[in-house]
Design a protein around this ligand. Structure first.
Ligand SMILES: [Zn+2]
Length: 314
């Protein structure tokens, strides 16, 4: 199918923090017919602070600062913020009225982006159920103007706990405290995600981060078919492509910047540091196996029962 003949769609990635969504977003966004938007929920805050939302360009972003005009950014920021626009009209009423208007842009922000881009697939990696519930209630999806597809990205809870344990509020906790505090949070999120996934009526797929990281090509072939896209093998080399994603894992983004700094047409001698390909290639991150203590792991299982069984990757 020709790109122009396809109905545009938004792919929502749902999952906990540290589930590998930045990598997945960038790899999918390397397909010529996909555009990775990143964590769209953060756009209004960047706009409010007059900062560029792009994690790759930092400033003077070709996409958020050029393809989209400042008026577009203002409209998007209102639409994504869930905030009232008119100071005297309650948000609920304004949404109800605007919901009746066919071409209202404010509460149909993905349509505005879709109209400005050639790609048929937009990827939103905000990840939370709260966000998904709000955004899918917009007319653009309800009226079928855009299709929504859902990827539930899951990862072994122990690996997620290891990433969380480096956060400030988890440092200095005993194994029991960490296991309990993280375990409760994780369990609530996972249960909520499952509830949302089960009730979602559109096309949906559940994907394990570990499967993606170890059988990348097979996983991508499958995802491309699911998205009605041709498989483009070079997608795995995501660092070679242009991206303008909002937020996400800074380590993954820094690889793109590194690559882009190192590839201008310059003699090797003047490059900062040549980069070995293996630094970029997609690898399974199982650092939890050496970083977490047996006590921490036991405490996690103590507070989450058998919920991680289906997620375990040893
Ligand atoms: Zn950019």
């Amino acid at each position: 199918m020709k790109p122009s003949a396809m109905k545009k769609k938004v792919v929502f990635i749902m999952g906990t923090a540290h589930c590998g969504s930045t990598l997945l977003t960038l790899v999918l966004g390397s397909h010529s017919n996909c555009r990775a938007l990143g964590e769209v929920s953060n756009l209004p805050e960047f706009h409010r602070q007059a900062r560029s939302p792009c994690s790759v360009c930092q400033k003077d972003c070709q996409f958020w600062g050029n393809t989209l005009s400042s008026q577009d950014m203002q409209t998007l920021s209102q639409g994504f913020a869930e905030r009232r626009i008119h100071p005297h009209i309650p948000l609920k009423l304004e949404k109800a009225v605007r919901g009746l208007l066919k071409n209202d842009q404010v509460f149909n922000p993905y349509s505005l982006i879709a109209a400005k881009t050639d790609e048929a697939v937009l990827i939103d990696s905000t990840k939370t159920v709260y966000w998904l519930e709000k955004k899918l209630a917009a007319r653009e999806f309800r009226a079928g103007k855009l299709d929504a597809q859902l990827i539930h990205l899951i990862r072994d809870g122990r690996a997620v706990m290891n990433s969380y344990s480096r956060r400030k509020q988890y440092q200095g906790l005993s194994a029991e405290q960490l296991g309990q505090q993280f375990g409760e949070l994780w369990m609530n999120r996972i249960n909520n995600e499952h509830r949302f996934f089960d009730g979602f009526s559109g096309k949906k797929i559940r994907l394990r981060y570990e499967e993606f990281a170890t059988h990348t090509e097979a996983t991508l072939k499958n995802l491309c078919t699911w998205l009605d896209l041709d498989f483009q093998p070079d997608m795995v080399n995501y660092w070679k492509y242009e991206h303008h994603t909002i937020s996400g894992n800074s380590g993954t983004h820094s690889l793109i910047s590194k690559h882009q700094e190192s590839t201008p047409e310059q003699p090797i001698a003047v490059r900062a540091k040549p980069i070995a390909k293996k630094e970029f290639s997609i690898r399974l991150d199982q650092r939890w196996q050496t970083k977490l203590s047996p006590e921490q792991i036991a405490a996690f299982y103590n507070s989450t029962g058998n919920l991680n069984e289906a997620y375990e990757w040893n």
